[in-house]
Design a protein around this ligand. Structure first.
Ligand code: SAM
Length: 167
């Protein structure tokens, strides 16, 4: 989809924040359309050491760089604090496309703002950013007590205050 929308090209440098087990890196590794193959590079960041190690073992280090985000996450429990100041390990103005899927859903406001700021910093002029998150306006009755978001922490609506997983 990002390719058809023109958000990235076959030679783009892409950053996937909160990459998990490299679901998108997996697609990009072999992505081709007609006679074109993705030859760009992907730099990804996650907060979980186990997934990071798995990704480093299973993707070509020449094309895929994996970094550990030290940004704290109460849900994933592996952050090291000072979350609002985590700096993506890329220089300014060096990336064509920054995205995340199902990451912002789990972040409190400061962390989210920080990733937006960092994403913007590393983007080249004319680059694009797309952050996907869980959105629901009207809860069907079948949801029971899940996804009520009845608590707030700052401007974030959360299900539980102690473990503020936002979905
Ligand atoms: C629901 S998973 C989505 C994984 C992947 N984006 C996907 O769509 O398959 C959320 C991911 O975000 C990572 N994560 C959570 N908090 C984070 C943070 N503060 N910074 C970076 N990654 C984080 C978790 O380790 C987990 O891999």
């Amino acid at each position: 989809m990002h390719f058809t929308l023109g958000l990235c090209r076959f030679s783009s440098t892409i950053v996937d924040i909160g990459c998990g087990c490299g679901r998108f890196a997996h697609h990009l590794r072999d992505y081709r359309f007609k006679s074109e193959t993705f030859t760009g590079s992907t730099l990804v960041s996650t907060s979980t050491t186990k997934m990071l190690e798995w990704c480093r073992r299973n993707f070509d280090a020449g094309r895929f760089e994996f970094h550990r985000s030290t940004q704290a996450s109460k849900v994933y429990g592996s952050g090291e604090g000072a979350s609002s100041y985590y700096v993506l390990p890329m220089v300014d103005d060096s990336v064509d496309f920054v995205f995340s899927t199902s990451l912002f859903t789990h972040l409190l406001e400061n962390d989210l703002i920080n990733y937006c700021r960092e994403g913007y910093r590393v983007l080249k002029q004319g680059g694009s950013m797309a952050m996907y998150c869980f959105c629901i306006n009207y809860l069907p009755p079948t949801y029971g007590s899940r996804h009520t978001f009845r608590h707030t922490i700052g401007n974030a609506h959360v299900d539980r205050c102690r473990s503020p997983k936002q979905q």
